[in-house]
Design a protein around this ligand. Structure first.
Ligand code: DGL
Length: 264
């Protein structure tokens, strides 16, 4: 393989929809000269309420499409798809720099003693082995509450991340945790950083919020560096958007989310 050539190829970023933009944003921030192809599978979303087999199949198919382009590395910017497929993809393509995302439980469980952490994620992420193993690693040092949030990603997919509807939905969901029983929240789905300020507004300023997008981006850069695949270019790279739902609105929403500021 001609590495000199491969390092000028784009990095593929994949999610069930527009949520992975929260990871893409971090990737672009730390690797501004790279090219990225962002693929959202909005036509098949949500993934988090599908079976593991369905999501595994969709994820493998997309990574194989990326490999054909080719991309020089691949980010599965979806916690649900990562739980369903990352292990098998690593076995299938051991040479591909491939990075997934998982709920940022480690920093949330260790930032203080006896941390009380609420993990928000899709039903799939919460029930999969990957999260069970992560939970078991930290259950002795932190109190961890798991809250599956079916229905939440849809607001972000529909461009309603800042709406009164999502605020209403989140108020109902988070009501039991407004009594001082938690210290931290983990955003365990890549769609959720786009409703971060609403979550923070409901739970109050004392609650720390963690998400795994920055760590995931750093891991991709590290993997490309180790493989000698970082670009030599010093000018700004391009971001190309694709979506299985063939609508200009979706692409517009992706662009809007990429350039939006998310505050705590
Ligand atoms: N963005 C995806 C994740 O991180 C899930 C949303 C979905 O249910 O498709 O899990």
């Amino acid at each position: 393989m001609n590495l000199g050539k491969l390092n000028s190829k784009p990095i593929g970023v994949f999610d069930s929809g527009v949520g992975g933009i929260s990871v893409l944003r971090e990737l672009v921030k730390i690797m501004p000269c790279e090219d990225f192809i962002y693929f959202g599978d909005s036509a098949n979303a949500p993934y988090g309420t599908k079976t593991t087999e369905e999501v595994r199949e969709l994820t493998i198919a997309k990574v194989e499409d990326f490999i054909k382009i080719p991309v020089k590395g691949c980010v599965i910017a979806c916690n649900s798809a990562t739980s369903a497929a990352v292990r098998v993809l690593r076995e299938m393509y051991p040479d591909l720099p491939l990075v997934g995302i998982e709920p940022a439980l480690k920093p949330a469980a260790t930032y203080k003693r006896n941390s009380r952490v609420l993990v928000l994620a899709t039903p799939m992420t919460i029930k999969e082995d990957k999260f069970r193993f992560l939970f078991e690693r930290f259950e002795d040092i932190a109190t961890i509450y798991k809250l599956p949030c079916p229905g939440l990603m849809e607001y972000v997919e529909e461009g309603k991340a800042d709406s009164a509807e999502v605020k209403n939905f989140l108020e109902g969901l988070l009501m039991p945790y407004r009594d001082g029983s938690i210290d931290a929240v983990v955003l365990g789905c890549t769609h959720y950083p786009f409703v971060r300020s609403t979550i923070s507004g409901i739970l109050g300023p004392g609650i720390r919020i963690f998400d795994g997008s920055e760590g995931t981006a750093r891991e991709m850069r590290r993997r490309l560096d180790v493989a000698g695949l970082l670009t030599d270019r010093t000018t700004k790279g391009n971001v190309t958007f694709e979506n299985s739902e063939k609508s200009e609105d979706k692409i517009e929403l992706c662009k809007q989310l990429l350039y939006s500021e998310v505050s705590e």
